[in-house]
Design a protein around this ligand. Structure first.
Ligand code: PLP
Length: 410
């Protein structure tokens, strides 16, 4: 009989969102009349913008005629999109990239999950805690961690981020090889300044480590002083790979388009000590296992870069950030301590004294019929915290906060 990859068995069973769904279903069965508002999921609610829809329609029409039909495209993405990415997302912020340093894909989830394949299994991994669970789980699957006990995986360096350290991770005391940074952070909604990022770039340069920098939420940054890309930090092009997505920037969660930047200057070692560019390895991985993002979708993504396209996606982001402000101000007005929500669409709140993340979940569901996400779902340092998202529609968000303000017993 075939043998399974036993690493999969190390992953704890019931996944966070499955447990949330179970509790909501039980509640609904008991209280079918309750009008439940969901501020838990990280999915967007507003439709694709007109410029994107037009771009998609035009591309569909091209596919309908033999002269303009496209079959397999370049695995790395079409140049028309890569050029726009380089010009608009990077050159405008003083970062120069070459076209073969940008790899278009069908989503950052796959890219941040797949990237670990190009690294040896014995690398030591550091992740901020709490964070988007995909970084850790994919390293568990690959066998880069030990077993799971007392809520943590062995052989992983957890970089604690909590109110005590202002959600700024400290440099590890032991040497680590792969460092995952998510900025702005999901779930805490907090960011890192240029000075803080410089600390990590310097660490990586000194220790021959690689930074895996996920900036899926960079479009939500409002503070003009904050960096949007790790490459705004001197030396980062030697040590960092960056992930970006159209999902939250332009409502592409169901449409699927993202990109990963692997500068040719990012090197890692072979077993006999030779330096090797990671760009070549990622290119090899993608050309072997991925057949490119659909032409139609890349045309939709390209449409976000026209002047109207940019104005439209910015207005949707403003809509969500208004929700974030409403949630944050509402919670603070009743004495709940909040973090994030200013440069990111996530509000991370400290659960009231005497409760843990899951008991606050139950309280919110039962008393005011609102679904959020318990902080523990994002790592052990998420205990005692709770995530609400600004991705709902405005009316529901206002209603949810009014209920919390007026009906939640604190
Ligand atoms: N990275 C972070 C930090 C996320 O929160 C998410 C989605 O929630 C993703 C990546 C996934 O993005 P995509 O939709 O491009 O797969």
């Amino acid at each position: 009989m075939a043998l399974i990859n036993e690493n999969y068995l190390k992953l704890p069973g019931s996944y966070l969102f499955a447990e949330i769904a179970k509790r909501v279903t039980t509640f609904k069965a008991e209280f079918p009349e309750a009008n439940i508002i969901r501020l838990g999921i990280g999915d967007v609610t507003q439709p694709l913008t007109p410029a994107v829809v037009e771009g998609l329609h035009k591309a569909v029409d091209e596919m309908a005629h033999a002269e303009t039909f496209r079959g397999y495209g370049p695995e790395q993405g079409y140049n028309f999109l890569i050029k726009k990415i380089i010009e608009t997302d990077y050159r405008s912020r003083g970062v120069e990239l070459e076209e073969d340093e940008v790899f278009v894909s069908d989503g950052s989830k796959s890219d941040v999950g797949n990237i670990q394949e190009i690294f040896g299994v014995h690398n030591k991994v550091a992740i901020t805690d709490p964070v988007y669970p995909v970084y850790l789980d994919t390293n568990v699957m690959a066998g880069r961690t030990g077993g799971f006990s007392n809520g943590i995986f062995e052989n992983v360096t957890y970089l604690i981020c909590n109110a005590e350290n202002n959600f700024v991770p400290e440099l590890p005391t032991e040497k680590v090889d792969l460092i995952y940074l998510c900025v702005p952070n999901n779930p805490t909604g907090t960011t890192l300044s240029k000075k803080e990022l410089k600390k990590w770039v310097d660490y990586a340069r000194t220790n021959n480590s690689i930074i895996l920098f996920d900036s899926a939420y960079e479009a939500y940054i409002q503070d003009p002083e904050l960096p949007h890309s790790i490459y705004e930090i001197e030396g980062a092009k030697e040590v960092a790979i960056e992930f970006r997505s159209f999902s939250k920037t332009a409502g592409f969660t169901g449409t699927r388009c993202a990109y990963t930047v692997v500068p040719k200057t990012v090197l890692a070692l072979t077993a006999n000590g030779e330096k090797h560019p990671l760009n070549k390895l990622w290119n090899r991985r993608q050309t072997t296992k991925f057949n490119g993002t659909p032409y139609i979708i890349q045309k939709g993504a390209e449409a976000t870069y026209t002047p109207e396209g940019q104005a439209q996606i910015k207005s949707v982001i403003k809509y969500y950030m208004d929700n974030a402000r409403i949630i944050k101000e509402g919670l603070e007005s009743i004495g709940i301590q909040t973090f994030g929500g200013v440069n990111a669409p996530y509000i991370w709140l400290k659960v009231p004294k005497g409760l843990d993340s899951w008991s606050f979940f139950d309280k919110l569901l039962h008393e005011v019929h609102i679904v959020g996400t318990p902080g523990t779902g994002f790592g052990p340092s998420g205990e005692g915290y709770f995530r609400l998202t600004a991705f709902g529609n405005k009316e529901a968000t206002i209603e949810a906060i009014e209920r919390i303000k007026n009906k939640l017993s604190l």
